[in-house]
Design a protein around this ligand. Structure first.
Ligand SMILES: Nc1ncnc2c1ncn2[C@@H]1O[C@H](COP(=O)(O)OP(=O)(O)OP(=O)(O)O)[C@@H](O)[C@H]1O
Length: 332
């Protein structure tokens, strides 16, 4: 269990973490999200005793990290996979870490095998790809068989097989009752890996909730309809008050303000053929974008262009020739 209480880190020209409180529970995977600069790495560094809080406290299983006599056996961390002596072999790196804690050679070889590094264990770390470096960082985190794991972007640089491996590994560690806390900017992966999410924005907690709930709150209650008679169906549906129709593509409509059975009934009365009716699911990425819209500090220039251009009366319809949005009853 990791507990932060009013945790704060101020730098002379920035408050990186601003009164953050949370409890990261054992037995589940907790994802740590937030835009660039939100304060995730600083929080993780404070958990690991690498940064001193300006105010507040953070403990792992009730103890601050600095007080652990054998920290590798308490908390395994991957904070910066590049922070390894590049001239050493992976095996020697792990053996030297193990020696500081009296960890047996056997365990070093077990984690090398478990992380898929057996064939490169004797190679210099300096020759490692990004993905191999990540695997070595994960091997080091697992070395002391800790109850708590803290991983900053563990899938960064991994190929799809590696990403799946990390997901399976972390879910397995949580299922054993361990506390697993990880950050990532890969929303699709986070949606598959994390049971619970803590989302930071400008140094503050903006969401602390189960992943399912975070996505559920953002659901649109829309229905996607596939039909070869899109124009006819649109005309029929728009007769119902409060209905809005967005043409996503030729033959695909996104409809709000009326449920699937009523859409099917209306279509049947008019002899309109339907090929599909399905609820529209919001992805974690869409939910995250909505939740953090006000907390993004660094926005790409294409976003800026979009915002500037949308005020330009000469700008063509951004929905293009196919996609358009129609509403009845003034509900939007
Ligand atoms: N040593 C430092 N000195 C001054 N400011 C710092 C320092 N470390 C971090 N900051 C600032 O604190 C804020 C939070 O940074 P942090 O790296 O924790 O964010 P993050 O959420 O991990 O971002 P990213 O997703 O980009 O890794 C940023 O504004 C950053 O510039």
């Amino acid at each position: 269990m990791i507990e932060a209480q009013r945790l704060t880190k101020r730098y002379p020209d920035a408050t990186a973490v601003d009164g953050v409180s949370f409890t990261i529970r054992p037995g589940i995977v907790t994802g740590f999200l937030g835009p660039n600069g939100a304060g995730k790495s600083t929080t993780m560094r404070m958990i690991m005793g690498l940064d001193r809080p300006t105010a507040g406290t953070v403990t792992v299983n009730g103890t601050s990290y600095a007080r652990f006599r054998a920290p590798l056996g308490e908390v395994g961390a991957l904070l910066d996979a590049k922070a390894v002596h590049r001239g050493r072999s992976a095996e020697n790196h792990l053996l030297s870490l193990a020696a500081t804690h009296g960890i047996a050679r056997r365990r070093v070889h077990d984690v090398i095998e478990a992380t898929g590094l057996s064939t490169v264990a004797r190679k210099r770390v300096g020759t490692f790809s990004l993905g191999m470096g990540q695997r070595l960082g994960i091997a080091a985190a697992l070395l002391g068989d800790p109850q708590t794991l803290i991983l900053d972007e563990p899938v960064n640089g991994l190929d799809p097989e590696g990403v799946l491996w990390v997901r399976t590994l972390l879910r397995g560690l949580a299922a054993e009752g361990r506390t697993v806390f990880l950050s990532s900017h890969l929303m699709s992966e986070m949606a598959l890996t994390a049971d619970h999410l803590v989302i930071l924005g400008r140094g503050r907690v903006i969401v602390d909730a189960p992943t399912r709930e975070v996505v559920g709150r953002a659901q649109k209650a829309a229905v996607q309809v596939t039909t070869p008679m899109g124009a006819e169906l649109e005309r029929v549906l728009l007769r119902h008050p409060g209905v809005s129709v967005v043409v996503i593509d030729r033959g695909i409509l996104e409809v709000t303000g009326i449920d699937a059975p009523r859409i099917a009934a209306a279509a049947s009365v008019e002899g309109i053929v339907l090929h599909g009716l399905a609820p529209v699911h919001v992805s974690l990425e869409e939910a995250y974008m909505q939740l953090t819209a006000d907390a993004v500090e660094y926005r790409s220039s294409s976003d800026l262009t979009d915002r500037v251009d949308s005020t330009d009366p000469a700008r063509p319809d951004p929905s293009g020739p196919v996609s358009h949005d129609r509403t009845t009853g003034g509900s939007r």
